[in-house]
Design a protein around this ligand. Sequence first.
Ligand code: DQA
Length: 167
Amino acid sequence: MLTLWSGEFRGRDAVTATNTVLIINGPNLNMLGAREPEIYGTVTLPDIESMCQNHGKTLGFDVDFRQSNAESDLISWIQDIDIQVAGLIINAGAYTHTSIALLDALKTINRPIIEVHLSNVYSRETFRHRSYISPAATGTICGFGPYGYVMALDALADQLRSGEDTG
Ligand code: DQA
């Protein structure tokens, strides 16, 4: 069980005393279930939120789960991250492959960031092979469907524990 994280992350200077994990979902992810089920399956975004809330609880996280089709919303949410958020999980959808603005926003935050994709973007069209946001991420999980979000929560818990150990 993760307890309150009060150490530094990777030697940087922010200190937090919260277990809130922000999970941001980008465009068209609200259409999961109906959207290209041969690629994304039939699980809906509310189903994924339930999985995250349940698994988050077992790790001691409060999960704040959001979705927007608007790039500006995603950027504003990232800009608003402060000491109230321990870490960020982001599936930026197609903005992953287009948005330097999202990369710039992510670079300003001082928290572990896990990039998630349901599909294996590297086995799909070449324009999906490039992620603009990966350089700002602690790590990326793709190709495991909704379970990728559970993996991301575990990875975040591990990152935050490492911060405690070394901070
Ligand atoms: C996605 C992959 C992106 O290429 C695509 O634009 C999405 C979903 C995924 O979760 O597999 O919207 O991020």
